[in-house]
Design a protein around this ligand. Structure first.
Ligand code: UDX
Length: 481
């Protein structure tokens, strides 16, 4: 029998969740004397293996999972005859993992003579609580979002407002009386508010057990969002810890070919770090706009055209990770007709911009001194990566927690400016020109945003310090946990 205690980490199977869980595994392994095991489906376990150094003292374990046997076969269609979106397939697939997880815990106890010390499960896998409780195992929930975003999300799901106009404002229970959200800051699926859509059903199912868990771990830094953390703590009865984030040196971002990039087509999907860095080297400090909408989101064809026209008019250099617009297969080859005629060639010749197909070495781009701003959908990983490098954000939130992340960064931290919001937002050339000029031009606003972003970057770094007996707040939170 092993003398060491064992921690089981169980992420939801989406890109934006896998990355922070790998970081958490490394952090827990470093700070505890425990064995750490990452649990997932066979495909994701392969991804874990590819990003963990071969000698990493972290185990990975694959739960048996048959993609065609989770009640919603890949390629299945909904009643409109459209393929189910990736998220819906993932919801169904994650539910199907429950018996396999329960079996895993039983087998574990039989093999080791005792259960694991602790299970840390994704917020999206709330049902893990039942098996953990049945075996007397300590259960923690890890939210891959920030504290502010998690609090807003929890409050909204419990109190979906029946607003009508986009600008109509409403109060969010649990937040101070003066706090307001607008209808346009709710994801499209929340606006129907009839509770019968896939998202509502899923959240109704997974949330209650999360509220009964023993601890809530947040992928964030306490100093960065004191307001959000206070609100979240007020909502939860268990301890809430901001355990920070682990950034460079990170094998996740050093080698794009072995990163979590979606490379199902087998084609080279990205741009090499060297090509990116060489291109960035030819531009002055803080001058380049990096544009990416994360691993899943994309914008419409009309929005893409307007953004391109706006970028061309604005004249700031840019690196843009282009993906097929809404309504097209995310793995489809990019078609030039989705952009203004001759756009890519003109931008390349003028040395104004490069387009990256599908996947870019994001962290390396953000870390380069020529990168001056990040036009982002405000996925939480992108926010943290940008802030860790002191790069201000131009926000275009598209779904889920992205709206609250954008609001928090603009109102609480002053490091972001919202360009527009939503999947159906109208965007004009003039707005792109105005906003990019405010953030990248030599303006008072840009200087102020840069200064504030550097302060946040320092906060993040200080929170993660663990040297010469000194530890930052995030490390202290991990130790307390
Ligand atoms: C999802 C949700 O959309 C987001 O709202 C939630 O906060 C986390 O889960 P995703 O849309 O993938 O995440 O965005 P984000 O959280 O920003 O994560 C994207 C990750 O992929 C980042 O770590 C980013 O560095 C990486 N990435 C993305 C690349 O390395 N290259 C790319 O070209 C695009």
């Amino acid at each position: 029998m092993e003398a060491r205690d064992h921690i089981i980490l169980f992420p939801f199977m989406a890109q934006g969740h896998l990355i922070p869980f790998v970081s958490l595994a490394k952090l827990l392994q470093r700070r505890t004397n425990c064995l750490v095991t990452l649990l997932s489906t066979p495909l994701n376990v392969q991804k874990f293996r590819s990003v963990l150094p071969p000698d990493a003292p972290i185990q990975v374990h694959s739960l048996p999972f048959d993609a065609s046997d989770h009640g919603l076969p890949l390629g299945a269609e909904n009643t409109d005859g459209l393929p189910f979106p990736l998220w819906v397939r993932l919801f169904h697939a994650s539910r199907a993992l429950r018996p396999a997880f329960e079996q895993f815990l039983s087998d574990f106890r039989r093999r080791h003579g005792r259960p694991p010390l602790c299970v840390v499960a994704d917020f999206f896998l709330g049902w893990t609580l039942f098996a953990a409780r049945a075996m007397g195992v300590y259960h923690a929930v890890f939210t891959t979002c920030g504290a502010y975003g998690t609090a807003a999300f929890i409050s909204l799901w419990g109190n979906l407002p029946h607003t009508k106009t986009e600008e109509e404002q409403f109060h969010l229970p649990g937040f101070p009386e003066s706090f307001r959200l607008e209808r346009s800051q709710m994801s499209l699926y929340m606006r129907a508010a009839d509770g019968n859509d896939e998202w509502s059903r899923f959240f109704r199912e997974i949330s209650p057990p999360c509220f009964e868990s023993d601890a809530l771990l947040c992928n964030s830094v306490a100093e960065m969002e004191p307001f959000g953390l206070e609100v979240l703590r007020g909502m939860m009865k268990m301890p809430v810890w901001c355990i920070g984030l682990t950034l460079p040196p990170s094998s996740l971002h050093r080698h794009p070919s072995s990163s979590f990039s979606d490379n199902r087509t087998g084609k080279e999907t990205g741009i090499s770090i060297t090509d990116c860095v060489e291109w960035l080297n030819t531009h002055p400090p803080s001058s380049v706009l990096y544009i990416s909408f994360g691993s899943q989101n994309t914008i419409s064809e009309t929005q893409m055209l307007k953004l391109a026209e706006g970028l061309e008019s604005a004249g700031h250099p840019f690196i843009w990770v282009v993906r097929p617009p809404i309504g097209h297969d995310v793995n489809a080859d990019f078609r030039e007709e989705w952009l203004p005629e001759g756009f890519e060639e003109r931008m390349r010749e003028r040395k104004q911009g490069i387009l990256v197909r599908k996947w870019a070495p994001q962290l390396e781009i953000l870390a380069h001194e020529s990168t001056g701003a990040f036009l982002s959908h405000c996925g939480w990983n992108s926010v943290l990566e940008s802030m860790s490098q002191g790069v201000p954000i131009i926000a275009w939130p598209l779904a889920s927690d992205q709206f609250y992340n954008s609001k928090m960064m603009e109102e609480e931290l002053g490091v972001s400016l919202e360009l527009t919001r939503g999947l159906v937002a109208e965007i004009t050339v003039q707005t792109v020109v105005n906003v990019t000029q405010q953030v990248l031009g030599k303006t008072e606003k840009s200087a102020d945003m840069k200064k504030k972003a550097l302060v946040v970057s320092d906060m993040i770094r200080a929170s993660m310090v663990e040297e010469n007996g000194k530890t930052g707040s995030a490390i202290n939170a991990v130790d307390e946990f």
